[in-house]
Design a binder for this molecule. Sequence first.
Ligand SMILES: Nc1ncnc2c1ncn2[C@@H]1O[C@H](COP(=O)(O)OP(=O)(O)OP(=O)(O)O)[C@@H](O)[C@H]1O
Length: 341
Amino acid sequence: MISLSSIRKTFQTKDGPVTAVDGIDLKIDEGEIYGIIGYSGAGKSTLIRMLNMLERPTEGDVVVAGRTLSKLRHKELRKARQEIGMIFQHFNLLWSRTVRENIAFPLEIAGVKKAERDKRVNELIELVGLEGRGESYPSQLSGGQKQRVGIARALANNPKVLLCDEATSALDPKTTDSILDLLVDINEKLNLTIILITHEMHVIRKICHQVAVMEAGRIVEQGPVREVFRKPKENMTKEFVKQITEPEETVDAITQMLIDHPEGQIVQLTFVGEEAERPLITQLIRQFDVEVNIVQGKITKIQEGSYGTLFVALNGEQAEIKKAITFIQNKEVEVEVIVHD
Ligand SMILES: Nc1ncnc2c1ncn2[C@@H]1O[C@H](COP(=O)(O)OP(=O)(O)OP(=O)(O)O)[C@@H](O)[C@H]1O
């Protein structure tokens, strides 16, 4: 559905050239929810804005739904853009227009007749769960409701692709979750391809199938979310994964555990899918002469199954601990030894 090859974007500034995107190749399949995560300044906004030519790449080609956007002229580009909807962190609604009028706006621009427009707006209002709010003005809506208007407006012309630029960053956690649920619902109902950028791993965990990690204008790691969670390779990725696996109490608990069991070894076990449900600890205790203390554990839902982390302290003879760790590894559970004694 989307393919980027050797994309580069350099801005000319008073202080000299700034390369925001520095040679990115990317392929995104139809129907996929693809997340791009990175800290501020990594180049995410610039990258996503090149997917609909809000920014033109300095080098490289952008192909969306079979069209090479980077080569299109004004009129053709306007048409191609109807295939690509976009939502924004601060919603970008028209404040003097009602909900209905905001949603109808792109239909007016596309020259859709009044009767058809009204019908389509009704469908969209229902799709995003804004029944009864059609005549309200944006200032009368909550943040979540405003983003629902943004989503309805972005979907008005039946796009194939939806771009989400930090679409939940201005919302509280509960509202964020309801908007993310809506995006999954739309993805499934319409087979819409969704690309989102975020700095929150929670967003990736909750809805994405694939993830790319961006740093300094490049993609440093990418793959299916469950694989990246199970085996993050780059330090940057590990930091993001920690955002949801390692709450502050874990660090405190580990420190305390080390004081209490100076002879022990603390390991982090990472399970994905069915592995998360197997009675691994029972097997460990039965088959090896080790004591197992659970420090902290958490199982989280990801878009394709469940994902769990468990911090345990293993006490016993070094050789026996080693055997136990090998046993766990053979169960296809990732094991990271946090502290060597
Ligand atoms: N129009 C512009 N002119 C000059 N420099 C720009 C422009 N847009 C972005 N940049 C620079 O490009 C780099 C990447 O910015 P970008 O906004 O794409 O990053 P980001 O990952 O989206 O961060 P944020 O979430 O803070 O927006 C930054 O160094 C930024 O200052």
